[in-house]
Write a protein that binds this ligand. Structure first.
Ligand SMILES: [Fe+2]
Length: 294
């Protein structure tokens, strides 16, 4: 396994922003020793029925950063989300920072470039993003060294981002009572997801884990933070020593029963472009609906 530059002595300040419309949690992560920060998995609001995009969620993050005098260095996407639109370009326009995602975005762009019948003007090389991460790549948030762990399975481009003693797992894991995310999107793979989860669970036991989603199972309040130790002991899909075979069988049967996420069609078109809304030949923002293609 890659020798990751783990530093549990750095404890970043993590501010969470919950979006009730999509059950997404976005984060502002601050270097404890400077004013530098990163945003992880921001949200752009959409009323899909009306085709209307707004920025209330992103504005909350912008307000937090400006009112605390922080300097935004990175806008991290843990993966190409299928259930919400990224607010990264809107925040970048106001505050700067670089938008980064896993290098396998190119695979995702290839797959969904076909699904949405995109023309040659849609680049499938990840060039819409400022930075493409590979397993073990590091980057700085002020004086804090962050690194990316390649954690595919939910999608081929999923990465877990570790910043000091905090890890942002995207959809690789849910809270212990939520289990794990589906692995049946094009390019998803439940066996790969199991291996990726094991990578995350091999981080130090007291690593703080931050989820991208929570649905409050069994009526509990929304939560987003747990630890490697908690997940290892109690995760209902992989905890307590569940085997890969058990996981793959369970995940495959479960995924076959799940409906598509409500916002998958707009989300993929926008997020595979680093959060930019596509335009028609006249330059007007326009989304497509491929029929019977997903
Ligand atoms: Fe996801």
């Amino acid at each position: 396994m890659t020798n990751y530059p783990i530093n549990m002595n750095i404890e970043p300040k993590v501010e969470a922003f919950f979006d009730p419309a999509t059950n997404t949690i976005s984060y502002v992560v601050k270097d404890p020793n400077s004013d530098s920060c990163a945003v992880v998995d921001s949200v752009m609001d959409i009323d899909y029925a009306a085709g209307r995009i707004t920025y209330d969620s992103a504005d909350k993050i912008i307000d937090h950063i400006t009112s605390n005098g922080l300097k935004l260095e990175w806008l991290i996407e843990t993966h190409v989300h299928a259930d919400h639109l990224s607010g990264a370009p809107y925040i970048q326009e106001k505050l700067g920072g670089k938008i980064g995602i896993g290098k396998n975005i190119c695979t995702v762009q290839e797959t969904f470039g076909k699904v949405f019948n995109e023309g040659t003007e849609f680049q499938r090389d990840g060039s819409q993003f400022d930075s493409l991460f590979e397993d073990g790549d590091t980057y700085m948030i002020g004086g804090m060294r962050a690194f990316a762990i390649y954690t595919p399975g939910h999608t081929p481009a999923c990465m877990t981002h570790v910043m000091g003693n905090a890890a942002f797992v995207g959809d690789t894991l849910f809270m212990p009572d939520g289990g794990s995310a589906r692995a049946d999107f094009p390019g998803g793979d439940s066996a790969e997801l199991y291996d990726s989860i094991q990578k995350v669970l091999s981080l130090p036991d007291d690593t703080r884990l931050f989820m991208c989603h929570d649905y409050g199972p069994n009526g509990r309040d929304i939560e987003w933070e747990t630890s490697v130790a908690e997940e290892k002991a109690h995760n209902i899909h992989v905890g307590g020593g569940k085997t890969k075979d058990e996981f793959v069988k369970f995940r495959t049967e479960r995924d076959a029963q799940l409906d598509m996420p409500k916002l998958i069609i707009p989300s993929l078109q926008v997020n595979m472009r680093a959060g930019e809304v596509p335009t028609d030949e006249d330059g007007n923002p326009m989304l497509k609906v491929p029929v019977n293609a997903l």
